[in-house]
Design a protein around this ligand. Sequence first.
Ligand SMILES: [Zn+2]
Length: 247
Amino acid sequence: MYFTTEGLVLRETEYKDADKLLTVLTKDRGKLTLRARGVRSRSSRLKSGCQLLAYSEFTVFENKNSQLVDEAVPIMLFLPLRQDIEKLSLASYFAQVAEVLSQEDSPSPELLSLCLNALYALSELDRPQTLIKSAFELRVACLAGYTPMLDGCAVCGAAEPDRFHVMGGVLQCANCLLSDDPGVRLPIHTGTLSAMRYITGCDLKRLFSFQLGEQGMKELSDAAETYLLAQLERGFFTLDFYKSLKI
Ligand SMILES: [Zn+2]
């Protein structure tokens, strides 16, 4: 039986002689493991559409034991990010996060759209990497069910508190410290808070269309990364690699 689906290659693993196993986030079928036969041979017609971070239209032959790629027509290859090791490693981090947060047989079109938007921004738009990374992290946390409460101080209700409580995902004022709460609180100035509110509430197409000064960007970067890792209770080797390039 054949079916056709559009999907983004999140991971590739070498398999047997010249095959690859692809982890693909599809538009309508959730996460799939597809086997691309002979794709590592020089003449394979599947090569382009089956590479890591390619967004392709896959025609898949399904039998009892496996799903085989019959055809893979590239839709977006994000070529500029393949020529830049920092961008490529950041994109690989996005892909690993998406793999962790997606499930088989459970379509997550918003997660796919977020990934495609982030890859497009990295590849084609002249936006700072830190801005793209932070916006992706905070927005993907929301998609995973960890939307932070950014309305006001969780203790006194003040509108513009200046601390972000990472584990709780809430705002607090510097003075509104609960005595029995040892959680990490990061400083958040007004501009940073506005950016966080924007990222969690804006139209996905406008996700990377905000400005922030140097200090605000640093605060946002710390808050978004720390928050995502804390909520997911894990790290990512792709993130470690990306950060090792920035030192
Ligand atoms: Zn307060």
